[in-house]
Write a protein that binds this ligand. Structure first.
Ligand SMILES: [Zn+2]
Length: 329
């Protein structure tokens, strides 16, 4: 039920990392080639074009999916914007925009969130960008009944702290010490700031961290909260690193629907599924709060602080989408 961020002490990687060779694939895109460079200009609202029916999705190992059909949200699609152009859902404590990118236009919203722990978990941000690139190149892989929102950098202050960058970055841009990038510009842990078992003084590994002055004291948390409540996702997936596993949201009891999504993702990807984060107490967790709102959530903890775990995450994502694709058949 409780998800978090850091590996247990026994498997913690070195604090100082410079894994220049760990991520050298074309997935690290320079800003000059970024087709999704955010624009601050308001965009007109063109007519939405339904996604073409996916007829070429490769076979995915079918998982037992007892999840009931998701009712289309009456609020979707939200304010129409052209596919793949970002929406600014809020700003950070230091005033940096938080972007959401939309793929597809179906009635069932799903949200993926990277970088809530900023530059400390920078690999979750690069993974989110790689997922965006994948669906930009292959938009037909989004089922016609799904709209996928990707928020690649939920903590832009934390990313800036270690890259001096607000968006896409290179591994070579990273500071040697990524630790300060975990927090927002006010030194608050944004995954301790939500209204589930919240505490002002929270814990990360064996040290205290700030959960904020009250639940949702931070603008980043409020922006995400409001986006979730407006969008009413059928599922929210958070990426963290590096505890190697899928963690089920719940507050306090593990959420049943979240458990089923975790089973789908875990079975396809090979990540172990954990009922709860047991390494240290977690307060104010975002996914746990979502479960109090009837919104299922899982946290996917990457295996290390450097790898993207791309094959595992791609097959996990496609398994989740397959669940909705089957509802069309
Ligand atoms: Zn984390």
């Amino acid at each position: 039920m409780i998800s978090c961020q850091a590996a247990p002490p026994a498997v913690l990687p070195p604090t100082i990392i410079a894994p220049v060779t760990a991520v050298t694939s074309p997935t690290v895109v320079t800003p000059t080639t970024d087709p999704l460079t955010p624009t601050l200009e308001p965009t007109p609202a063109p007519a939405l074009t339904p996604s073409p029916t996916d007829t070429t999705t490769p076979p995915i190992t079918e998982k037992p999916a007892a999840i009931p059909p998701t009712k289309p949200s009456p609020t979707l699609p939200p304010t129409p914007t052209p596919d793949n152009l970002p929406q600014i859902i809020g700003t950070s404590y230091e005033g940096r925009p938080i972007y959401s990118y939309r793929f597809g236009s179906g009635p069932i919203p799903i949200v993926f969130v990277g970088g809530i722990h900023g530059g400390y978990e920078w690999n979750t941000i690069l993974l989110a960008y790689q997922v965006m690139d994948y669906f930009t190149a292959q938009p037909y892989r989004i089922p016609a009944n799904v709209t996928l929102f990707i928020i690649p950098v939920a903590n832009p202050d934390g990313l800036f702290a270690v890259t001096q960058n607000e968006g896409r970055f290179l591994v070579a841009d990273l500071a040697e010490d990524t630790f300060p990038g975990r927090f927002n510009g006010r030194n608050v842990d944004l995954n301790r700031n939500w209204d589930c078992q919240w505490s002002a003084t929270a814990v990360w590994r064996n040290q205290p961290v700030s959960g904020g002055s009250q639940p949702f004291s931070e603008p980043e948390s409020r922006a995400l909260r409001d986006f979730f409540l407006e969008t009413r996702p059928a599922l929210v997936l958070f990426w963290h690193s590096a505890a190697n596993g899928v963690f089920i949201a719940g507050c306090p009891e593990t959420d049943g629907l979240s458990r089923q999504f975790a089973a789908i993702f875990g079975s396809a990807s090979g990540y172990p599924v954990h009922e709860r984060f047991a390494y240290y107490p977690i307060t104010g967790d975002a996914g746990d709060w979502l479960s109090t709102q009837g919104i299922p959530s899982i946290s996917v903890e990457l295996k290390t602080h450097e790898t993207l775990d791309w094959p595992e995450n791609l097959v996990g994502i496609l398994a989740l989408l397959s669940h909705y694709n089957k509802q069309l058949q």
